[in-house]
Design a binder for this molecule. Structure first.
Ligand SMILES: NC(=O)c1ccc[n+]([C@@H]2O[C@H](COP(=O)([O-])OP(=O)(O)OC[C@H]3O[C@@H](n4cnc5c(N)ncnc54)[C@H](OP(=O)(O)O)[C@@H]3O)[C@@H](O)[C@H]2O)c1
Length: 338
């Protein structure tokens, strides 16, 4: 039986990967710092949990044990993280490093976290220029996230080991710490009868189902190699389509108010407000044999059903990110004056 080690395996991408590989007959070790975050169904399916901190000396060696056929690293954010992995890769068949579309820059050097929104001239290919690698700025900062990811990618790709770098977009799935669709799920729970959407809800920020990422990881595991691949859903619905998908799935109806550029600032905010839209080109993954599990409307159900079933939002849930999107008082004042 082939052995896979998933670093950060209790998280959003990690748990989908563990489930997919277990179903395909792999022996899977899930690595995290807190055993209480190990999903029960993964344990029942045979997944083993190993407590290790990737950032502490000896943590990675503990996690990898005697080696593995496949390592999926969901926790590689910097060149230093990547270098920590290198001495262990002689005992690893192939590695998948989870990077991000945040590495890409447009012709003016703007990226998804820059003050000026990027303008890409179509679906982004893997050959699109990236930020320059940096290690002198924290990876949790807007300027540092993509630049440190690029630095980490290069360390691994230059090592000569069979490393596949995956660049997902906006990830959705069960277990998300920042489930974007919460912006609509909460509105349904709050019985809001009106939905306001900035810029007509036409914004697009390509979704990536954790289940589709897991499917690509399985494809990559069957075809070890040194490469970079985008990873996003087969479709890229705009915010209005996403809102309708959520409302349909939850059996809710609301009046849609599609705001134009003259609407007061701060109304109808949502996570996909990117115009021109951001889409990833998935041709390269398709050529490798990747077949997605499903489109957005199909795959997002896992997250929606999970959000409706939990009593408490996940630990680390980013309330500050969502709170400007729930200014019901401002919405009601605007609607009263219409
Ligand atoms: N989510 C997105 O929308 C998105 C988009 C593009 C790229 N990505 C990339 O995808 C990767 C995975 O993201 P994700 O959203 O799946 O992450 P996540 O849901 O936050 O999961 C990370 C997991 O790793 C564990 N962990 C954190 N620090 C650890 C450490 N030092 N040692 C061992 N385990 C640790 C956490 O559990 P404990 O805290 O219990 O240890 C958690 O279960 C990241 O590299 C991210 O940059 C994510």
């Amino acid at each position: 039986m082939s052995r896979a080690v998933v670093l950060g395996g209790t998280g959003l991408i990690g748990r989908a990967t563990a489930r997919r590989l277990l179903a395909a007959g792999w022996d899977v070790t899930v690595v995290g710092r807190d055993s209480s975050r190990m999903p029960e169904d993964i344990a029942v399916a045979g997944g083993r949990f190993v407590t290790a901190d990737r950032g502490e000396s000896g943590g990675l060696a503990t996690a990898l044990g005697a080696g593995a056929d496949l390592v999926v690293d969901c926790l590689c954010f910097t060149a230093a993280h990547a270098r920590d992995l290198l001495p262990l890769l002689d005992d690893v068949g192939s590695t998948v490093m989870i990077s991000s579309k945040a590495v890409y820059v447009d012709a003016a050097g703007n990226h998804v976290n820059s003050a000026v929104a990027p303008v890409f001239d179509g679906p982004i290919r893997e050959s699109q220029p990236t930020m320059a690698p940096r290690g002198d700025v924290g990876y949790r900062t807007r300027d540092g996230y993509g630049a440190n990811k690029v630095a980490a990618e290069r360390v691994l790709l230059d090592s000569g080991h069979p490393v596949t770098v995956l660049r997902p977009s906006k990830v959705h799935g069960e277990g998300a710490a920042k489930p974007c669709e919460w912006v609509f799920v909460k509105r349904v729970a709050d019985r809001r009868e009106v939905l306001l959407l900035a810029r007509g809800g036409r914004g697009v920020d390509h979704p990536s189902a954790a289940g589709n990422i897991a499917a690509l990881i399985e494809t990559v595991a069957e075809n070890p190699g040194r490469r970079v691949l985008n990873c996003a859903d087969p479709d890229a619905p705009d915010a209005l389509a996403i809102a309708r998908t959520v409302a349909d799935h939850l059996g809710h109806r609301w009046e849609e108010v599609l705001l134009d550029d003259h609407a007061p600032a701060g109304l109808g905010l949502h996570p996909w407000d990117r115009l021109p839209g951001i889409r990833l080109d998935m041709t390269a993954a398709g050529r490798l044999g990747y077949r997605p599990v499903g489109d957005f409307a199909t795959t997002v159900r896992a997250e929606l059903d999970w959000l409706c079933s939990i009593e408490r939002l996940p630990a680390g849930f980013d309330h500050d990110y969502f709170s400007p999107m729930f200014d019901y008082a401002a919405e009601d004042a605007y609607l009263a004056e219409r």
